[in-house]
Design a binder for this molecule. Structure first.
Ligand code: ADP
Ligand code: MG
Length: 362
């Protein structure tokens, strides 16, 4: 190679490098902008979302780890195949390698980003399909435990973030079936269910525990741990999700005062009234701050005065921002509260009314 050729060659390399550098800088700026918005999104989500993102990030960092070796290989082969490299000065070869490395890295990071987009679309798309403030939606949902005998038939319901909704209907009408579908204890025979961005019929088994952290739940029979005291019953829910001890110590007393049981924190369930037990169950259901609270006949075992107490508490929880869904066949309380009422009869949604009322026919 002549001296002239060498000069021209190195000139070309410099130009190519300048171009690559400019490209790298502008892409790095874009990347930073993207990362910021993704982080903001996840911070705005709930803790369980963060953990699921954390999972994704782990997968991503594995991809990242494998990237350098691939780059090195490409580098070496590029070096070998480039006959002109011999003629170049050492300095230029080094710079060229650096430029190639930087481009490969960007390509790897672009792939990684696209990978991220491909990995997450199920949730993102599912979310965007609904109206922005929808938190629960059932589309043409039918559930048959026994073929040909639907417990729910072609149910369509949409619940918005922050709503308080009663689900009413006589015994055997399908209310608990609906709750079990929302908890992903059952999968509908047909139709689609979306809860806080999760499309339940598509949800992988290993994701179910993570999904359930979106929902606090209480039942007619309280389901407290009998041998544990009030404090421990509530703290237990936090330990399951690995809340740090310091936070548990702060959160549990907060929840117990919210439900008016701060003074009884040492009592075991058998020393509490039904209403008090249900209040412990409520504290436990919301201590991890789920966006949704489901209550299946929460006052079914309580006398009228305790029923009012629990309903007031559910309303308070709702006012703090939680979407609350209450299954009941207590017509008196439903008619007092002037909330949205969805009436189910023999598996069919009979009516769905804002500030509705209910006449218990059973
Ligand atoms: P509700 O809570 O309104 O009383 P359910 O959802 O429990 O009603 O029940 C709806 C219908 O589904 C009823 O006819 C009931 O017998 C039936 N059903 C509920 N659970 C099962 C099950 N595990 N296997 C078969 N049938 C069931
Ligand atoms: Mg039931």
């Amino acid at each position: 190679m002549s001296k002239k050729e060498l000069i021209e060659d190195s000139q070309e390399v410099r130009e190519a490098m300048a171009e690559l550098k400019a490209k790298a800088e502008s892409e790095a700026a874009e990347e930073t902008a993207d990362t910021t918005s993704t982080e903001e999104d996840s911070y705005n989500d709930y803790a369980e979302d963060e953990s699921s993102y954390a999972e994704d990030y782990t997968e991503e960092s594995q991809t990242e780890e494998s990237a350098p070796s691939e780059i090195e290989e490409e580098e070496t082969s590029a070096e070998k195949s480039d006959a002109g490299a011999i003629a170049r000065t050492r300095e230029e070869t080094r710079r060229l390698r650096k430029a190639q490395f930087s481009e490969n890295r960007q390509a790897a990071s672009r792939d990684k980003e696209e990978g991220v987009r491909e990995k997450r679309p199920a949730r993102r798309r599912a979310k965007s399909k609904k109206t922005a403030d929808s938190i629960i939606s059932l589309e043409n949902v039918s559930m048959e435990y026994v073929k040909g005998r639907p417990a729910l038939k072609n149910v369509n319901i949409e619940i918005k973030k922050g709503e308080f909704v009663f689900i009413v209907g006589g015994s055997g009408s399908g209310k608990s079936t609906l709750i079990k579908l929302l908890l992903r204890e059952l999968v509908p025979t047909t139709g689609s269910i979306n809860v806080n961005g999760y499309t339940l019929e598509k949800l992988k088994h290993r994701k179910i525990p993570m999904f359930r952290r979106n929902i606090g739940v209480v039942f007619q029979d309280f389901r407290l741990l009998k041998d544990k005291n009030v404090y421990e019953n509530v703290a237990f829910a936090q330990r399951i999700v690995q809340t740090p001890a310091r936070e548990i110590k702060k959160n549990v007393p907060e929840m117990l005062s919210l439900v008016g049981l701060a003074k009884k924190y040492k009592a075991t369930p058998n020393h509490l009234s039904g209403g008090e037990q249900q209040r412990v169950a409520l504290a436990r259901a919301i201590v991890n701050k789920p966006p949704i609270l489901l209550a299946d006949e929460p006052t079914g075992n309580l006398d009228p005065s305790m029923t009012v107490e629990i309903m007031d508490l559910l309303e308070k929880i709702n006012q703090n921002g939680t979407t609350v869904i209450v299954v009941t066949h207590d017509d008196k309380i439903v008619n007092q509260m002037h909330k949205r009422v969805i009436t189910i009869k023999k598996g069919i949604v009979l009516s769905d009314e804002e500030e509705g009322s209910y006449t218990d026919e059973d």
